[in-house]
Design a binder for this molecule. Structure first.
Ligand SMILES: CSCC[C@H](NC=O)C(=O)N[C@@H](C)C(=O)O
Length: 687
């Protein structure tokens, strides 16, 4: 039995993980991305044997993310984007600091060709196959291009040019019409391009923002979401209980008329959270969609003939992701019913409403993400992880109760050094119940301890590896810290996903009052009161929004938190939200009469920032920040570093040139965490 006996930080962070599994529409074939130490490659597995095969051969930790992975309907071609987009200055990320920065490029693979290998096609961020053809369509800003993969030149040909940015592409299954979402800064329209026609046909343009066009299989209807009004200011969207109210509309391509079928009640709508919300047509007259009006994200079925919306799942748990088999028989979904610390897999019979638990087919403690049905509908692919199991692709045949692990011995390539994770709950300062995961070293203690805080704030840590690589790195690092003798608590403070809408939108938090800080303080006190914790050696670390809360804790409660590591954190909300990439007008204004309100908000935002509490900051801190961070500006750590240095507070800094938020390469995760480990040991173990 192959088991990893890990000891070093490199080994703990060297886990292999699978992501983004997709399925072909007419052939039982799955494809996914597999990453080991920053080396990303594509794998396929096809019926009947589902033996996995590697179909690309990249060998370098080069920071080239793979996104937009698609497989053609017949399963012959793969399409994907390598590389990240540009920052607000128009620069591509160049995490290896190469003399010539790489571009974000479209690639394709013909799996049937004799010497099948990835071929680079064009610079773009968005592309798709045209069904029933050899053409690929792709966008660059407001331009649409096509490439015929059967041509020898592979030369792009311009199809159309429009104002704004094309952000979504969706062909009919017949490949005769293409629906596009065209974003024009604060509004967006859906337009149809029909090859042979010389202009775009607009789909009921309005003063709203139309998104997510989804064709019915017969090409007669397009379902889409109509979001009310102008694009919300990011600071409202995140922190002001602002919900992006939307309606479900359907456009009939015969009558050329659009009609509303469902609308969110006022004050409700889309907000930032984990998980997907696809629209899926079950047949010609029924589709599934999801919303959170009940307080929890659930799946609903619309019957367009009866104009009736039926609840498919309900209760105090949420649906994380879902798919329907191609014959419309079963809804596969991952959800957290009875689980505060992970997700499980179930399926629902769409004819008779009966539900089956599929989690019992997986090893105990498994966490299920992203079910994807294969074409014949007799199996479902899944990304599965656990506390000792990095994410692997599995295939489940529910009818004969079989689970295949695509060649990797799922239950054996565990992480031997990894400790069991204990889910805990406790009450915060104001009585709200909050949850977290506790990881303890061997022995009785008292141990030095760490409180760790995820980013977002809408992210969520689970009792094991997460669906998102950033959180998986956090989890593996925490496990490593446990192996080094730290007791670690990972906290899902209010604002996190996984515990319903009220928990995620807890009134005046973030820039608007920072009420989530009371959870951080309560968690610190909870840790300090434990007999197995040395309260004099309690530290804190967090990344991004978790960096903001780490800085807040060190500034406000240096008495409790004796040292901390703050990775790419935000420290001054009004300054950060004025940066170009946020595009917020909240703390500055154009009209004189709004000046006072904007100033009041800026004052509130400052009082909700660590910067406001610098006078009480005593504890040593390590600040780590990548300098091409497009989410939290590098300046946030640069200014804090200089201010703390001026005040003679122990501060160390680690700048990472050319990397972005949540590092593209593997190496900076290792280097950053190594520095963090040394710092935490110096201040909490050896001092
Ligand atoms: C102004 S704080 C920004 C925090 C940041 N949010 C989005 O960019 C964040 O926390 N991101 C998460 C996903 C992370 O990087 O962990």
């Amino acid at each position: 039995m192959e088991r990893l006996n890990m000891q070093s930080l490199d080994e703990y962070l060297g886990f292999t993980f699978a992501q983004n599994m997709v399925s072909a529409r007419h052939k039982d074939r799955l494809v996914w991305i597999r990453t080991t130490k920053g080396i990303r490659n594509l794998f396929i597995a096809s019926a009947p044997g589902y033996d996995p095969a590697q179909v690309s051969a990249w060998r370098e930790d080069d920071g080239q993310m793979i996104s937009g992975l698609q497989i053609s309907d017949e399963g012959r071609y793969l399409l994907f984007i390598r590389g990240e987009g540009k920052n607000v200055l128009g620069e591509y990320p160049n995490p290896l600091s190469l003399n010539t920065p790489p571009k974000q490029m479209l690639w394709f693979i013909d799996l049937d060709s004799r010497d099948s290998h990835p071929v680079e096609l064009a610079e773009t961020h968005l592309a798709c196959f045209r069904p029933d053809s050899t053409e690929i369509y792709f966008c660059k800003k407001g331009q649409l291009f096509k490439i015929d993969t059967a041509s020898s030149s592979l030369e792009p040909e311009e199809v159309l040019s429009t104002r704004g940015n094309i952000t979504e592409l969706s062909w009919t299954e017949q490949g005769d019409r293409l629906a596009m979402t065209i974003s024009r800064h604060r509004h967006s329209f859906i337009g149809i391009h029909t090859p042979g026609l010389d202009r775009i046909q607009w789909l009921n343009p309005s003063f709203d923002r139309d998104i997510q066009p989804t064709w019915s299989a017969d090409g007669q209807h397009i379902a889409y979401l109509k979001c009310h009004g102008v694009k919300p200011d990011i600071t409202d969207f995140w922190f002001n209980r602002f919900f992006d109210r939307f309606e479900l509309w359907i456009f009939n391509t015969n009558s050329m008329k659009a009609r509303q079928y469902w609308q969110c009640p006022e004050g409700d709508g889309i907000s930032l959270q984990e998980g997907d919300r696809p629209i899926i047509w079950v047949n010609e007259s029924q589709l599934l969609f999801s919303h959170e009006v009940s307080g929890w994200n659930h799946v609903y079925r619309l019957d367009i003939n009866r104009r009736h919306v039926e609840t498919l799942t309900e209760g105090e748990f949420l649906i994380h992701s879902y798919d329907v088999d191609r014959h419309g028989g079963w809804l596969y979904f991952t959800h957290n019913e009875g689980k505060h610390h992970g997700y499980r897999l179930s399926r629902l019979n769409l004819s008779n409403g009966s539900e089956e638990d599929l989690q019992s087919l997986l090893p105990e403690g498994s966490i299920a993400f992203q079910p994807v049905s294969v074409a014949s509908g007799n199996a479902v692919g899944l990304i599965m992880g656990g506390d000792q199991q990095p994410l692997i692709p599995v295939l489940i045949r529910p009818d004969d109760q079989q689970v295949y692990c695509f060649g990797q011995p799922a239950y054996e390539v565990g992480c031997r050094g990894f400790n069991k994770v204990e889910g805990i709950s406790f009450h915060s300062k104001d009585g709200l119940e909050v949850h977290g995961q506790l990881m303890k070293p061997e022995g009785k203690g008292p141990f030095p301890a760490l409180l760790t805080l995820h980013g977002g704030p809408w992210c969520q840590t689970v009792a094991g590896f997460s669906n998102w690589h950033g959180l998986s790195y956090v989890y593996a690092f925490n496990q490593y810290l446990v192996s080094q003798g730290f007791l670690v608590l990972s906290l899902n403070y209010r604002g996190s996903s996984g515990y319903g809408k009220e928990f995620r939108h807890p009134g005046p938090y973030g820039w608007n009052g920072a009420t989530e800080y009371q959870d951080v303080q309560a968690a610190g006190e909870w840790l300090a009161s434990r007999l197995d914790v040395n309260a004099e050696k309690l530290g804190i670390w967090g990344k991004s929004y978790g960096g903001y809360l780490t800085a807040m804790a060190l500034a406000r409660n240096s008495d409790l938190f004796k040292a901390g590591v703050d990775i790419e954190g935000c420290h001054h909300f009004p300054r950060e939200f004025r940066q170009r990439h946020w595009d917020s007008e909240k703390f500055s204004c154009m009209a004189a009469e709004e000046m006072e309100a904007a100033q009041k908000r800026a004052q509130k935002a400052l009082e909700s920032s660590p910067w406001h509490y610098l006078d009480t900051w005593q504890s040593p801190v390590l600040l780590i920040h990548p300098d091409d961070d497009r989410n939290v500006h590098f300046e946030e750590s640069q200014r804090l570093y200089n201010e703390l240095r001026k005040r003679n507070i122990t501060v160390e800094g680690m700048a990472i040139p050319d990397e972005v938020h949540s590092f593209l390469c593997h190496a900076p995760w290792v280097a950053g965490y190594r520095r963090a480990e040394q710092f935490l040991k110096k201040h909490l173990k050896h001092s």
